[in-house]
Design a protein around this ligand. Structure first.
Ligand code: ATP
Ligand code: MG
Length: 717
């Protein structure tokens, strides 16, 4: 006794709340046609979670709700609650009593509850499948549905039997696993597609990363090259600065010295004083000659006068010759000749001589005439001559002195000129030397300029190096590099930079993208592995479930067949009936026996009525069909008894004799399952331990009431 009660309110014709409580293993529900008996059976299906509207004789959810009439308005919802006794843990839930509840609203929405807690349909289904109860299971046989199993296809039949054997749970698990497997396979496919899709991109990104790695190496190489270059260049420049500075010292002091020397040499040599002196000497010499000429002239004149005076005296005294003696003329001429000879080219001396000759000739003329004799005159003349001769003598000595002075002056001038020449020579020598040194210094300056350019250049290179993060303040290199090596190093830097540029720029986004893509790929790889593992597990589960199902099915089928045969023989007083598992094999096109593509297993029913040659179901009478289906339904419920069985007028087509047999079989069934029998049949009513009457008044509302057998018989009518 698992089923305690069922409560209906607003469900179909049960407009008002009604309750059926079960206290006997067999409960009978009786009542006239159209009173609402079948509605109660459908209330069971409803609360157990039936989803097919057809099996509840409706089209939509609201069809299950009291539709109302002139007297009683329509209900908003239909509610059915079913109470289970769960002391024996029929349902796998830790309650002694379990209330299942389902409500359908006018908008078609459904609500489910277990012990008042809202649940999903799935929860209800799961809970019931463990107890071999299903909404549309074989344990609720609707009116006219008894031979459903006979009319069903072989495949459907197999499913009905599987359910009866309680294999639904396995099937459910299997379907669930198959669904999971399908999903998993789909996921594997998707993950593989995704992985394939990102593969080229990943390859591309990996190439980018290699490039990045390469350019990192190049950058490092570049940094090192820069650093080494700079260190060497700095040292070179420092050395050069020192070298050039020290190379300046000597020429500079030399230049200084030369400049000083040059200043000294540059003072012009004073030779003008000597020239002035010479000129003065020459002027004096000229005036000396003039004076001498004058004196000579005067002497000539005086000498002439004296000679004349002397002749006159003699003529008067001795009356000797009246003319100047020849000797005297001869002396005079000798004297003149000598003078001219001494004069060399001196024109003044010649002039003097001519002058003397003139005055001699004057005197000579005078001697030709008689002159007064005057001794006194002679004396004064002789005095005058003497004076003149004295003057001449002093002039002559002065002349000698002048000659010496002039020679001295000339010597001095020559000396000075020589000195000047020497000085000029020295001056030019110094200038030449100065120019040489200046040239040397200019060369140094030029070198310094070149060095400055190098320094500027280095500065630029250092900026560049700093830009790429070169640490310049590092320990100096110990090696020495030639200029050519440095130039090569610079060229190498250029080459590395070109290669760096060529290797392209990999930005942060690409790196992130690579990491993301790689992570994604690794994730997909793991996921595929996980999915494949669970695929394998699922396949194993399905295989084991398949095995379990097929073993249990075969065992169950065997048992059902035993019972089926028994009930059949009972109902028909003989004959045989069997369920046979048939395999419909669909071969592939090559029709090879080995290559079976699909096996469809179904259940065939084979019957052999006593004394009749009937083997197919199609030729059975309505009653015979009913008996066969009852035999089968009972057989199924015997093998794996459900907690309760509801049979809605399964006995309708039976004659009295068969009704009695049916009632007996019902009692057998009731030993293992609780029975709720909707019936018009007196024999069946007799078998029931308790009876409910369903009535419907003019208000169209079904009512339930507990009735005694006699009442039931009358109610049923
Ligand atoms: P029978 O002995 O002929 O099988 P029954 O007792 O099984 O009769 P049901 O089929 O249970 O009768 O009841 C059918 C009645 O229920 C109909 O008369 C129908 O009017 C009524 N009914 C069905 N659905 C509704 C509904 N939604 N609202 C009101 N009444 C309904
Ligand atoms: Mg009915």
């Amino acid at each position: 006794m698992y089923l305690k009660s069922i409560e209906l309110s607003g469900f179909k014709s049960f407009a008002k709340k009604c309750e059926l409580t079960f206290s006997s293993p067999i409960a009978g529900i009786v009542g006239p046609n159209g009173s609402g008996k079948s509605n109660t059976a459908e209330a069971f299906r409803f609360v157990l979670g039936e989803q097919s509207m057809k099996t509840m004789r409706g089209k939509r959810g609201p069809d299950l709700i009291w539709s109302g009439n002139e007297r009683t308005p329509a209900a908003n919802r239909a509610r059915v609650a079913m109470v289970f006794d769960n002391k024996q843990q029929l349902l796998d839930i830790d309650f002694d009593e379990v209330i299942l509840e389902r409500i359908v609203h006018r908008d078609g929405a459904n609500e489910y509850a277990i012990n008042g807690s809202k649940v999903r349909l799935k929860d209800i289904t799961a809970l019931l499948s463990g107890a071999k109860i299903g909404a549309s299971g074989h344990h609720i046989i609707s009116q006219g549905e008894a031979d459903r199993i006979l009319g069903a296809s072989e495949k459907e039949r197999r499913e009905i039997i599987e359910e009866a054997l309680g294999l639904k749970t396995y099937q459910y698990k299997k379907t669930e696993s198959e669904r999971k497997l399908e999903k998993t396979t789909e996921n594997i496919k998707e993950a593989k597609i995704l992985r394939r899709e990102i593969a080229p991109h990943l390859t591309f990104l990996e190439r980018q990363m290699k490039k990045l790695e390469r350019s990192r190496e190049l950058k490092q190489e570049l940094k090192e090259s820069y650093r080494t270059y700079i260190v060497h260049e700095r040292r070179f420049i420092a050395d050069e600065v020192q070298r050039l500075a020290s190379s300046r010292i000597e020429p500079q002091s030399e230049l200084h010295k030369l400049k000083e020397e040059l200043a000294q040499e540059a003072e012009p040599v004073q030779i003008s004083t000597s020239t002035d002196e010479l000129e003065a000497l020459d002027t004096r010499a000229r005036s000396l000659i003039e004076e001498k000429g004058k004196l000579e002239h005067a002497r000539g004149r005086v000498e002439g006068q004296i000679a004349l005076v002397g002749k006159t005296q003699t003529e008067s005294k001795e009356h000797v010759a009246r003319s100047i003696p020849f000797v005297k003329v001869e002396d005079f001429l000798t004297q003149m000749r000598q003078k001219i000879e001494r004069a060399h080219e001196d024109i003044s001396v010649v002039k003097n001589v001519i002058e003397s000759i003139g005055s001699f000739l004057e005197q000579f003329k005078n001697t030709q005439e008689p002159e007064p004799q005057n001794t006194k005159l002679l004396h004064s003349l002789e005095e005058e001559l003497r004076e003149i001769q004295e003057s001449l003598a002093s002039l002559a000595s002065e002349e000698v002195a002048l000659g010496v002075s002039r020679k001295n002056a000339l010597d001095e001038i020559a000396q000075k000129q020589a000195r000047e020449k020497e000085s000029q020579k020295r001056y030019f020598e110094i200038k030449e030397a100065k120019r040489d040194i200046e040239r040397v210094l200019e060369d140094i300056s030029r070198e310094e300029q070149v060095l400055e350019a190098s320094r500027e250049n280095l500065k630029k290179i250092e900026y560049k190096a700093q830009d790429i993060g070169v640490e310049i303040n590092e320990l100096p290199e110990n090696s020495i590099r030639s200029r050519i090596e440095q130039e090569q190093a610079l060229r190498e830097i250029g080459r590395i930079e070109a290669r760096l540029e060529e290797s392209g720029f990999v930005d942060e986004d690409t790196i992130r993208e690579y990491e993301e893509t790689k992570r994604r790929d690794a994730f997909l790889e793991r996921e595929i592995a996980d999915l494949e593992a669970s695929q394998k597990t699922l396949i194993e589960i399905i295989e084991s479930l398949d095995g379990e199902i097929s073993v249990r099915f075969e065992e169950g089928l065997h048992k059902i067949n035993k019972e089926f045969l028994k009930f059949f023989a009972m109902l028909f007083d003989g004959g045989t009936a069997t369920l046979k598992l048939v395999k419909k094999v669909k071969k592939n096109e090559e029709e090879s026996e080995e290559e079976v593509e699909e096996v469809k297993e179904g259940i065939e029913i084979r019957v052999q009525l006593p004394r009749k040659k009937v083997t197919t179901l199609d030729v059975l009478s309505g009653g015979e069909r009913a008996l066969t289906s009852i035999a089968l339904i009972f057989a199924m419920s015997q093998v794996n008894p459900p907690p309760f069985i509801i049979l809605d007028e399964t006995d309708a087509a039976l004659d009295e004799a068969n009704s009695r047999k049916y009632a007996d079989m019902v009692k057998t069934l009731a030993q293992r399952s609780q029975l709720i029998l909707i019936t018009h049949n007196r024999q069946t009513m007799e078998a029931a331990g308790e009876l409910y009457g369903v009535t419907m008044g003019n208000d169209g509302i079904s009512k339930l009431l507990s009735v005694k057998f006699d009442e039931a018989v009358s109610v049923a009518k």
